[in-house]
Design a protein around this ligand. Structure first.
Ligand code: BES
Ligand code: ZN
Length: 456
């Protein structure tokens, strides 16, 4: 009965909730760009103020990078820690946006209403589903159930450099019975709880050769070209079957558990639809693996960016003095990011010819994580989700990385329930990011049901 009142309150409050989300989305809190540090401070301050309005004792906590926001409420009963991130990816390429990325708009689309802005789905819209569920609960009951801590990070999209020290220094304050994380997708139209996440290793290679850019007629054929060296190195990272050639790379990659394979088969993943939506048709991972294995349980090595030579209008006959690339490796099982970094660098160094030099920049390293789905909260949350969505919630893998889930296990000894309401067509990290208004609405309702089931 009282849950019904909270759900009714959420329904009635949808428009003001969207207005509050718009206010947060209007702040360009891009963590990777120091020029936006002030915006990150502003987003943190807005969230702390909002948490206070819902009855939390909340503060903005400085770190050497972007600040954290922590809020607490309640003194007895089960304890929950909710995690989200208020930072966003850079919006570029700006020219591909149909409306300005930090001027959120509600739009009618053939698939329903959406809210469009950078961060709409990743992760501001998602984190607000939980805050709004708390707001409605408080409005109906005058207080929140159990003990709830809300922990919001501002560096997730830039490798979380301050996260581990912060968790270690504040372990007693943050530890709870279970963590809740809203930063993932549904499985198509089906609500989902995540069972495993891939890890991530980020590397940048910079290869230099001649002391300046050269005329490609005067010097071409005689001088070493760093762009040729770079492309050769990059091409050597995969073999013909799509396997990654870095020595020792597959150490710690477990075979797919047959039970898990059966469960994934039962999900009926529509690989042609998934690829078709982005203009593709052929799975491009290692031969012999299924599409779900390629995105959930197999490691990857991908080129995320390359800079070299003349890329402006027209044409220029030049041998570039420098060539660089940014790469990411998605990791699974027990793969050790630090060992892989060393092996990768040694493999690259071995291919650098006379007259060229290579430099590496480190862009973060976090291992894969796997949830302990036998913890009782998983079944409780699954039932609560199934009630809201009128279909059984699925257990899924995720190809993306949310390093905090692993750190909650290793540093705080806590399992995470990763439940998100994103869709694969939300275009996170891309131009024209959006969040479905129905996801926002049903996401809030889902959290109210989960709070009712877990914290009461
Ligand atoms: N929310 C995403 C991860 C995600 C995306 C999970 C889609 C499920 C579905 C997260 O914010 C993210 O993008 N993480 C980065 C890692 C970070 C260290 C840069 C990623 O996966 O690239
Ligand atoms: Zn995210």
């Amino acid at each position: 009965m009282s849950l019904d009142a909270v759900l009714a309150r959420i329904d009635a409050d949808l428009d003001p909730a969207l207005e509050r989300l718009k206010q947060l989305l209007a702040i360009p809190s891009v963590s990777t760009d120091p020029a936006h540090a002030g915006d990150c401070d502003q987003a943190a301050a807005l969230l702390a103020e909002d948490l206070r309005a819902i009855g939390f004792e909340a503060s903005v906590r400085p770190t050497p990078g972007r600040p954290m926001v922590v809020g607490h409420v309640g003194s007895e009963g089960p304890s929950l820690l909710f995690y989200g991130h208020y930072d966003v990816q850079p919006a570029d390429p700006l020219e591909l946006w149909h409306s300005p990325p930090f001027e959120p708009q509600i739009e009618d689309t053939p698939k329903g209403k959406v809210i469009r802005a950078r961060g709409a789905a990743d992760d501001k819209g998602q984190l607000m589903t939980f805050l709004e569920a708390c707001r409605a609960w408080k409005a109906v009951h005058g207080s929140l159930p159990g003990r709830i801590t809300i922990f919001l990070e501002g560096e997730e999209e830039s490798g979380s450099p301050s996260l581990i020290p912060f968790l270690k220094e504040n372990a007693d304050e943050l530890r709870a019975d279970v963590a809740l994380i809203c930063d993932t997708d549904m499985f198509g139209q089906t609500p989902a709880i995540v069972t495993q996440l891939r890890g991530l290793l980020g590397e940048e290679i910079i290869i230099t050769g001649p002391s300046r850019d050269l005329h490609s007629g005067l010097y071409g054929g005689l001088a070493m070209n760093p762009a040729r060296v770079l492309t050769k190195v990059l091409a050597s990272l995969h073999d013909e079957s799509g396997r990654i050639t870095v020595p020792g790379f597959y150490d710690g990659v477990p075979p797919l558990d047959p039970e898990l394979a059966r469960q994934w088969e039962g999900l009926g993943f529509d690989a042609s639809g998934f690829l078709g939506d982005v203009g593709l048709s052929a799975p491009a991972g290692e031969q012999g693996k299924t599409p779900l294995e390629m995105i959930w349980s197999e490691p990857t090595c991908e080129i995320n960016g390359m800079i070299t030579g003349y890329t402006g209008e027209g044409f220029k006959t030049v041998l570039p003095a420098q060539a660089s690339a940014k790469l990411s490796f998605r990791l699974v099982g027990q793969q050790d990011p630090h060992k892989i970094r060393d092996a990768f660098r040694a493999m690259v160094r071995a291919q650098i010819p006379e007259d060229c030099e290579v430099e590496f920049h480190d862009h973060g390293a976090s291992p894969a994580s796997r949830m302990n789905i036998t913890a009782p909260q998983f079944e409780t949350a699954r039932q609560a989700l199934s009630r809201e969505w009128d279909c059984e919630a699925a257990f899924i893998g995720v190809g993306g990385s949310i390093p905090v889930a692993g750190y909650f296990q290793t540093i705080l000894g806590m399992d995470s329930l990763l439940i998100g309401f994103g869709s694969t067509d939300d275009a996170i990290h891309s131009p024209n990011e959006k969040y479905n208004v129905s996801a926002f609405h049903k996401g809030m309702r889902s959290w109210a049901r989960i709070l009712d089931a877990l914290a009461h």
